[in-house]
Design a protein around this ligand. Structure first.
Ligand code: SF4
Ligand code: SF4
Length: 470
């Protein structure tokens, strides 16, 4: 009998290597002109100017904006915030958060596109890149070329500008925490403290890496805002959208032949993708990577202008409008965030205006409740701490209420310099004849000697042995 040949089956399963890491492609952003680019440039220059110039302003013989961590005082022009003002600072942060939500409900990620530090610095670095290496096509060609003197010179120029921007950013940042003039003075001798050195190095490297290399990766993978922004969107949120009804079917034709006549307005030129700093195609719809920079609007408008077609194939539009419905500005979520912003701003404004420029802290001696000095005299001890949170020196007076006759051992007149604190032990001696109960409620009033504009009171108790108070 003839043997039927059998197929040899390899019992060993073949190994399949799946690369879970997709290398990101380098994005070469094309230059473009337009309304939104101008708007973003104005915002960027204002923000960069404010960031780099603010630490150089002075106010009352000190840096106008200084976060003095060792002294635990935050100076912002005429205001000084102390750790006790933490609630106020938290309120400010909550206000900014609600403002961000409000803007997002209205116009999507406008914050990301126009004012986020990552976007502003990335565009600053992209400007340096174009300055040193030329247009998009020149940069693509340059990167493909082997190293030459010209390539080396261009790369060196680009990295030198990036380093200068990164270093200036780091110095300025540290200058908000250490007086910037002192910091610059230390540069000549490189005489920085360990923390200054660490933060200067950290911020230089972080700025260089984030804005020079990581760019859109920060927005895509590191920024939490990109992930939860869509929760705040509704069908009336203005988002950057491609008008599919007008643009499709897309095609490269001239629109002059019969076949071309059936095509939509999108000539599939790819300009909207080439100008996009995160490398996405807006024609694929809303994507979480989109930072709402509006570059694709400007890019597409340039194309439409050349073709003699109306602008706005890519534009700010709402989901409702694109579907043919009406745009509603006033809707519950928008009003809710708006009301919250106004309410928090009013509350913070009121708190700032009614803010007492002193802080009083009074603690009873917890170790010894009272001392019996004999002949019916009882002594209680208190620790008083008064801080002057203003920029002016103050003379304050401490007065006691709740007991009519007493001996106050301590300084009732307190002279405190600006942003200074005085502390003292107070001993209060009272005869038991003056007391109605073993526990007497008292208040220490701390007020300015000139007028009653500054006044703060602290409640406490005077304790005496129960057997001696009748
Ligand atoms: S798609 Fe790209 S270019 Fe258009 S707004 Fe979003 S991030 Fe900017
Ligand atoms: S730039 Fe405008 S016309 Fe060109 S591909 Fe993009 S949407 Fe189409």
């Amino acid at each position: 009998m003839e043997k039927i040949p059998t197929k040899q089956v390899d019992s060993k399963p073949k190994k399949q290597v799946i690369d879970l890491y997709a290398k990101s492609e380098r994005i070469y952003v094309r230059a473009y002109k337009g309304l939104y680019r101008n708007l973003r440039n104005i915002m960027a220059w204002l923000l960069l100017g404010a960031y780099f110039i603010s630490p150089w302003f002075s106010w009352d013989d000190r840096q106008a904006i200084l976060f003095d961590l060792p002294a635990r005082q935050f100076h912002i022009f005429g205001l000084t915030f102390w750790p006790q003002d933490f609630a106020l600072l938290s309120g400010l942060l909550i206000l900014f958060a609600f403002l961000l939500f409000f803007i997002t409900v209205f116009a999507g990620r406008a914050w990301c596109g126009y004012t986020c530090f990552q976007t502003v610095w990335t565009y600053f670095f992209m400007w340096a890149e174009e300055f040193a290496e030329g247009s998009r096509n020149d940069r693509v060609k340059l990167d493909k070329q082997p190293m030459s003197l010209t390539k080396f010179r261009k790369k060196l120029l680009k990295h030198s500008i990036w380093t200068i921007i990164s270093l200036a950013t780091a110095i300025t940042f540290v200058g908000y925490f250490t007086p910037i003039q002192e910091l610059i003075g230390k540069f000549s001798s490189f005489n920085f403290g360990p923390w200054e050195s660490w933060w200067l190095l950290f911020f230089t490297v972080a700025t260089y890496a984030n804005s020079g290399y990581m760019r859109e990766q920060v927005c895509k993978h590191m920024c939490p805002y990109a992930r939860f922004q869509s929760v705040m969107f509704d069908p009336n949120t203005l988002i950057i959208s491609y008008d599919e009804a007008r643009g499709e079917p897309r095609g490269k034709g001239s629109r002059k032949t019969d076949v071309d006549q059936d095509l939509g307005d999108c000539v599939d030129c790819g300009v909207c993708v080439a100008v996009c700093p995160v490398g996405i195609d807006i024609r694929d719809g809303l994507q979480y990577e989109c930072i709402s920079c509006a570059a694709c609007i400007d890019g597409c408008n340039e194309v439409m202008e050349k073709l003699g077609k109306p602008k706005g194939l890519v534009r700010y539009a709402t989901e409702n409008v694109l579907e043919g419905s009406e745009y509603h500005l006033l809707r519950p979520r928008f009003i809710g965030y708006g009301v919250a912003v106004i309410a928090i701003a009013v509350y913070i404004g009121f708190q700032l205006m009614s803010r007492v420029p002193i802080e009083v802290d009074l603690i009873r001696d917890r170790q010894v409740l009272f001392r019996d000095l004999g002949h019916g005299v009882i002594e209680n001890t208190y620790h008083l701490k008064v801080s002057n949170k203003s920029q002016q020196a103050m003379v304050l007076r401490v007065e006691l209420n709740g007991i009519t006759q007493y001996e106050y051992i301590g300084d009732q007149r307190l002279a405190i310099g600006p942003n200074a604190t005085v502390e003292q032990m107070i001993r209060l001696r009272v005869h038991t004849d003056m007391l109605d109960a073993p526990k007497t409620d008292i208040t220490f009033d701390v007020k300015s000697t000139s007028d009653n504009s500054v006044k703060m009171e602290q409640e406490s108790r005077f304790l005496a042995p129960a057997g001696q108070v009748l």
